[in-house]
Structure formats: C-alpha cells, structure tokens
Design a protein around this ligand. Structure first.
Ligand SMILES: Cc1ncc(C[n+]2csc(CCOP(=O)(O)OP(=O)(O)O)c2C)c(N)n1
Ligand code: SF4
Length: 251
C-alpha cells in the first residue's frame, strides 16, 4: 500500500534531529513558525534573531538567515536589522529567562516603539538551559534549583504576564498567548503566530506571541505529566487568548 503523508514537515525545517529533551515543546514551536513562514510565503525574506537558552541552536533547524543575539538583546538587534533592511521580515525567538528577565527592558521598549518585528516568546516557567533556575514566569509554589522551597509571592512577587503587559503598550499591534498541549490549541497557536507576522507584513506595528511550553527535564516530570501541567496549572494563571489585535478585517 502506498504511504500517504498527512502532516508533511515544512521544507524550511532542517532534516536533522533536534537536541531538545523528549517532550520539550521547543520543537513544536519551531514547526509552527516554519509552517507559518511557508504559508505566508515569507521564507526567502525572513531573518531570525536567535537568543540564549535551549533554543540557542535554532539556526541549525530553521533554514533562514539568522543572527545570534544572546542575553535578552534580540529585540534590540531585531530593531537594527529591520531598520537597515525594511523589506525583510524580522523575528526573534526567545525564552522566558532571556526575554522576561535579562531582556525585559529591550522587549518593552521595542514593543513600545512599535518596531515592525515579530517576537516568538516561549514561556516554560524556568531557565531551561542553565539547569532550571527560577525565571520571572516561575509560578508561585513552583520548586526550582534557586527556590527549592517554591517561589514565594511575598519574596519574589507574582509571575510576570508578558502577553498582557506587551498588549498594553502603544506600539503593539498584536499580542496573544497560546499553548501547544493539544490539537485544538495547536491550531489556535498556528493562527496567532500567523497574525503576529501579518501585522509586520501590513506595517501595523509590533507582533508578539507567548507560547506556553513544557520543560519536562527541569520540571522533573514525564512528557505526559508536563503536558498535563500546562492545562492544570499554567493556563489557569496564564490565560490563553488575544490581548490585542489591530488586524481588523485583514485577518
Ligand atoms: C550564571 C549565568 N547567568 C546567565 C547566563 C545566561 N543564560 C544562558 S541560558 C539562560 C537561561 C535561558 O532560559 P530561557 O530563556 O528561559 O530559555 P530555555 O532554556 O528555558 O528555553 C541564561 C540566563 C548563564 N549562562 N550563566
Ligand atoms: S532543558 Fe527543558 S527547555 Fe531545554 S531542551 Fe530540555 S526540556 Fe527543553
């Protein structure tokens, strides 16, 4: 019997094994970005700005021109690249340690200025690459290597809700939070990522998508347990949805 491929791999995704841990959703997020670039016909003119964290090797997987801008500086580098090459489609791919901690000033000012760039923000509530330290998005009560007793609201405050914060800024044209824990949410995630690129294509302003993602290794969970945590613990605190959408009828 002839095989029928139902979900083909996007061509812009390299044909090489990824280094991510089993059950890590960075790979899923990469695939959604790759699919979006192909569907919107943006592959040839896209420039990716990589960051620090487990996704530091994104240039090995997404076959587009890439600049590395570690330690939260990706939005600043994206600003420079886009201003120098306004015909290109420029996007960053950043984790929560990179974007919401070290790079908090960069992301806020980039959005507030309304830079015509797109930001893909992967929130897995820990610093994954460096061994699971507390991030600004770590949940109250969550145990990490730097808060072994659990994050404490009185001591460390509440986890930052980046999608809502970015939506409140004048230059933002699109801000949403999505998850990739089931098929329904995957489909919504795909649409949100496309919208975050469309606001750049239509020159409406800054585009931002927060993707809730698993880190089974540092959560000390199996992939299945980690996926359940997204539904049971993360989504109740980090609600899914669009917080700003200036696309109007252009969607
Ligand atoms: C002591 C120290 N401070 C800062 C860094 C820089 N650094 C590299 S990866 C990383 C954390 C990245 O975490 P995140 O952005 O959440 O991405 P993830 O690995 O979870 O995908 C940091 C802070 C470092 N390597 N060592
Ligand atoms: S440490 Fe966490 S974020 Fe990094 S690859 Fe493994 S599961 Fe993914």
């Amino acid at each position: 019997m002839k095989e029928k491929i139902v979900f083909p791999k996007p061509k812009v995704l390299a044909d090489s094994p990824m280094h991510y841990c089993p059950g890590c959703q960075h790979g899923t997020a990469h695939k959604l970005v790759a699919q979006t670039l192909e569907e919107l016909n943006l592959v040839e003119k896209s420039i990716c700005i990589g960051s620090i964290g487990c996704s530091v090797f994104i240039y090995n997987y997404l076959l587009v021109d890439t600049v590395e801008a570690p330690h939260g500086r990706a939005p600043a580098v994206a600003t420079g690249v886009k201003r120098a090459k306004p015909d290109k489609i420029v996007f960053t791919y950043q984790g929560d340690g990179d974007l919401a901690s070290i790079g908090l000033a960069e992301i806020v000012h980039c959005a507030n200025r309304g830079e015509l760039v797109t930001v893909i923000f992967v929130n897995n509530t820990v610093y994954g690459m460096t061994g699971g330290q507390m991030a600004p998005t770590t949940m109250v009560g969550q145990k990490t290597t730097t808060c072994p007793g659990g994050r404490c609201r009185e001591r460390e405050g509440e986890p930052l809700k980046m999608a809502e914060m970015i939506a409140s800024l004048g230059g933002t044209a699109y801000a949403a939070r999505v998850a990739v824990n089931n098929i329904k949410n995957l489909k919504k995630a795909q649409k949100a990522i496309a919208n975050a690129f469309k606001v750049q294509v239509d020159k409406l302003g800054f585009g931002f998508v927060e993707i809730l993602a698993t880190c089974p290794t540092n959560w000390k969970m199996t992939p299945l347990q980690a996926n359940k945590r997204i539904e049971q613990e993360m989504i109740p605190y980090f609600p899914l949805g669009e917080f700003k959408n200036c696309l109007g009828e252009n969607q």
